[in-house]
Design a protein around this ligand. Structure first.
Ligand code: SAM
Length: 288
């Protein structure tokens, strides 16, 4: 047992290499169950597919629980062998699996050569440092895992300091959300808070809180985001920002639109906002 949570590896000792060829192997069944939110919450684990993601995660210090590798590709893939050796050295298990097993875990044909089972890590909102001009993205009840993953990837690319999930949201550790982050789940701090806790934190926050709203009267390019730390508050895909969150903003901005669309997709609107807020700090010459 770990942290009072269920142990996913009843049959395997830490740091061992095992061969698995059957999808009915109990270890494989347990790992497949990580597709379900309930199992992820009970175990505190999640899946990341692909050798690049696994290496990124190991490099960033994320704790690996199990690495599943393609036994067909292992002999000819030095990076795969290296990731397997690092996993064993970290005291975690390596499963050398048939492609059938990898497909079953990834729930798709043509699976990647590696799938990592990692321990979930969330950040504490009060510990995310914004400095003099950092940008924090806050999402009100985000529902779509593809949107959340895309926003994490974009926040990473634009140098945002973190992403805060407010209220009942989709699980950032779902297979779909992790896939859409393309690895940024391992580099962008993610915090989860209730609306009440966010409003309490906001009461002590001295920077700018810019909410995005379809009835905002300020053009989103108007505020001077670089002048102080900034929170960009984005609304739910269906209902937008709650009244309580909208009421807690210093300004409500709108991205001008023409044409017939009622609104922009949440991830697109968030991308525009982050890049605008970070405009003064981004250049092609230097990574900010
Ligand atoms: N029907 C919802 C509403 O009226 O708020 C539309 C929500 S929209 C799909 C999801 C979120 O994306 C919005 O709450 C807002 O945060 C952001 N958004 C989308 N288009 C926007 C725009 N033109 N200006 C400002 N924010 C926008």
């Amino acid at each position: 047992m770990n942290d009072g949570r269920k142990d996913l590896r009843p049959l395997a000792a830490p740091g061992r290499v095992k061969e698995v060829t059957s999808v009915s192997n109990p270890i494989v069944k347990n790992i497949r169950n990580l597709a379900m939110r309930k199992t992820r919450e009970e175990t505190g684990l999640f899946l990341a597919e692909g050798l690049k993601l696994v290496i990124d995660a190991l490099d960033s210090g994320w704790k690996i629980d199990t690495l599943i590798v393609s036994r067909n590709q292992l002999p000819d893939n030095a990076l795969l062998s290296r990731a397997a050796a690092r996993t064993v050295a970290a005291g975690a298990d390596v499963l050398e699996a048939s492609d059938k097993v990898l497909s079953a875990i990834a729930r798709r044909d043509n699976p990647q050569a590696a799938i990592g089972v990692f321990r979930q890590t969330l950040s504490d909102l009060s510990r995310i440092e914004l400095g003099a001009d950092g940008v924090l993205v806050a999402l009100d009840r985000v529902r779509d895992p593809g949107n959340l993953g895309t926003i994490l990837r974009t926040a990473d690319a634009a140098g945002a300091k973190g992403v805060v999930l407010i209220g009942e949201t989709v699980d950032p550790f779902s297979l779909e959300a992790v896939r859409a982050t393309m690895g940024s789940i391992f580099s962008v701090p993610v915090a989860r808070v209730s609306e009440k806790a966010f409003l309490q934190w906001r009461a002590g926050f001295k920077g700018l809180v810019a909410g995005t709203h379809m009835s905002g009267t300020v053009d989103y390019r108007t505020p001077d985001y670089a002048a102080r730390p900034t929170v960009l508050l984005m609304g739910n895909e269906q209902s937008g920002l709650s009244d309580a969150l909208a009421g807690a903003c210093d300004t409500l901005v709108r991205i001008p639109q023409v044409g017939r669309a009622d609104s922009l997709n949440l991830a697109i609107a968030t991308g525009l906002m982050i890049f605008e807020a970070r405009r003064a700090r981004l250049s092609l010459d230097a990574k900010a």
